[in-house]
Design a protein around this ligand. Structure first.
Ligand SMILES: Nc1nc2c(ncn2[C@@H]2O[C@H](COP(=O)(O)OP(=O)(O)OP(=O)(O)O)[C@@H](O)[C@H]2O)c(=O)[nH]1
Ligand SMILES: [Mg+2]
Length: 436
């Protein structure tokens, strides 16, 4: 696991980190801002930075050979303890940099994995992080035993270090398969819970979006949830589902883990089960942060779209919601309106636009249910039980001389089953569904 100690005790000096990025020209301001934010969230104070403009990192030393001297100088000048690198390093690049600087080098993936490790709360979240960490560490284990390898020496013999390395690798691989099995088991249990939710026909909405855009704040604002909200990255890792009512109908709303550009693949894999929560929803609210620059906003929206595509959620109906609209003026609002026509502008903090959002969600589902009036004769009591088992919102029930009169919203595909009892098709709910 990672050697760094996160979240220093109050009063203790946080570690000092120099951040370094290899980038094409013109992108550094925002790229570095995000990397600094990641460092801070992980408990490292960014005390300096260095950017090299290149089309791609140097395969040996990440920054170019010539730039290495500048890097050492900057590291010393900033009195840094640790180097934070914007990309995932090859194990050999990491070793070379560590040797050059005589200090620890943490790459972007490790940084994100660390943050996830600090924030994992549920047993499942912890397993997912452990799995991702093991998958990150497996190809990097060789370095850990270097000092022992030297003891073995000799041509054709394996040093004790190598043996130990093999043992460790085997143990790690075994642990990986145990973790995978457990996660599959947990995912199955989740599946069962989900199925029972499906049976109840309650429409499910997932909140997806870049990290720190306000998904949890929105969940809290729309439901009575008390999910933790923090101005830092990856506050939420575990999906939380709560319900809210609008116009007599119940909806389920699920908060999910935030995305980030270049999400480490170990995490996409490890968190697949959690991300599945998004996949099985009926509607995805893609929450974006309107308080950042338009370029950054666009980039974040793109990053989320590509993760959604990666997990196969891009075929679901998606509704873009621009949050934190309280932080921008009328000019920006109009510009955003032009750029993202139809996207609701809301503030989870002030409550602005939340009524419109509830209406929008309801409209999305309107066509899936139909308001009907049924008269079920008393001798057909079994059918009445079936009806109740569907759990539809029942607006009226009256015992009449010739049977039980029911006014309810039925899922469209169940209508035929109850057709014989239809009294009259009640007024349709207006809006046609965008879901079909
Ligand atoms: N001004 C303003 N701030 C907001 C709004 N919504 C959320 N925030 C702030 O944005 C920060 C992040 O909010 P969260 O709800 O934790 O964001 P999240 O998307 O759940 O973040 P992760 O769980 O880390 O992915 C907090 O400091 C919130 O107070 C909003 O509408 N307006
Ligand atoms: Mg959150």
């Amino acid at each position: 696991m990672t050697p760094r100690q996160p979240d220093p005790a109050p009063g203790a000096e946080p570690e000092r980190g120099l951040v370094v990025a290899v980038l094409p020209q013109g992108r550094e301001a925002e790229e570095l801002a995000e990397l600094r934010e990641l460092a801070r969230t992980a408990g490292v104070e960014p005390v300096g930075d260095l950017v090299q403009h290149r089309s791609r990192p140097d395969p040996r030393s990440y920054v170019g050979k010539g730039k290495l001297a500048d890097l050492k100088q900057a590291f010393a000048n900033a009195a840094a303890d640790v180097l934070i690198v914007d990309d995932e390093l090859q194990p050999s690049q990491q070793r070379l940099l560590e040797n050059e600087l005589q200090a620890r080098v943490v790459d972007r993936t490790q940084l994100i994995l660390d943050i996830f490790a600090q924030h994992a709360v549920s047993a499942e979240g912890k397993l997912q992080v452990e799995l991702a960490q093991l998958e990150y560490n497996l190809p990097r284990m060789r370095g850990m035993w270097k000092h022992l390898e030297r003891l073995g020496g000799g041509v054709g013999t394996r040093g004790p270090g190598e043996t130990q390395l093999e043992t460790d690798r085997r143990l790690a691989r075994r642990r990986v398969s145990i973790l995978k099995r457990r996660l599959i088991e947990l995912s199955r249990q989740r599946d069962t819970r989900r199925k029972s939710r499906r049976r109840s026909q309650t429409p499910t909405v997932a909140l997806a979006g870049y990290t720190n855009v306000g998904k949890s704040t929105l969940l809290n604002a729309l439901t009575d949830a008390e999910v933790s909200v923090e101005n830092r990255l990856f506050e939420t890792l575990d999906p939380t589902t709560r319900s809210f009512e609008h116009d007599g109908r119940r909806y389920l709303l699920t908060d999910t883990v935030g995305f980030i550009r270049r999400l480490p693949h170990q995490l996409v894999e490890g968190f697949a089960a959690t991300l599945e929560e998004t996949l099985v929803s009926d509607l995805v609210l893609h929450v974006a942060d309107a308080s950042v620059s338009e370029e950054r906003l666009h980039e974040m929206i793109d990053a989320v779209d590509s993760v959604l595509a990666e997990i196969g959620a891009d075929e679901l109906p998606i509704e873009l919601v621009l949050n934190k609209i309280d932080t921008v003026g009328s000019l920006t609002r109009r510009r955003l309106e032009n750029r993202y026509p139809g996207a609701l502008q809301i503030s989870a903090v002030t409550g602005e636009g939340l009524d419109a959002l509830r209406v929008r969600i309801a409209q999305r589902f309107a066509g899936r249910f139909e308001l009907v009036e049924l008269l079920v004769p008393y001798e057909e009591g079994g059918r009445l039980a079936e009806l109740y088992a569907l759990g539809p919102p029942i607006e009226l029930r009256e015992d009449r001389p010739d049977g039980v009169f029911i006014r309810a919203r039925l899922p469209e595909h169940e209508l035929r089953r109850f057709a014989p009892f239809l009294v009259a098709e009640a007024r349709r709910n207006g809006a046609t569904s965008a879901l079909r």
